[in-house]
Write a protein that binds this ligand. Sequence first.
Ligand code: CMP
Length: 138
Amino acid sequence: MERTLSIIKPDGVARGLAGEVIKRLEQNNFKIAAMKMLRMTKSQAKGFYAVHRKRPFFESLTDFMASGSIIVMILEGENALGRYRELMGATDYREAAEGTIRKDFATDIEKNIVHGSDGPETAAFEIGYFFNSFEITG
Ligand code: CMP
């Protein structure tokens, strides 16, 4: 069993796509082990995306991620990391496969509806960033 962190980003929540994303997660046999809605401060967004701090899109990305409510979830299941990345589609929606969340709904490489951890170490960091042990019910 693997765990990964999923975020429905501010564009996904604002556009009313949270239900659609959660429906796809359930239909694809992900167990939601924890979930909450919150809004990050700019500094929390910078901490979350610290690995990207040298990238040219860092300021814009962290502004965007602090611009509205997000829904964070821990997804659990066999090969959860890889399966969730497949369900999301490529970061750039123009390269995402048909039927993926980003292909179906994203409008922009930054405003791409969802985030998912890119490896086991990142997943452990990201889960710990948002959840303590009492909040993980699954
Ligand atoms: P995410 O999976 O959350 O991880 C980093 C985010 O940076 C990515 O999704 C995009 O929202 C954002 N981003 C913006 N511009 C780029 C870019 N040129 N390449 C990769 N990620 C980008």
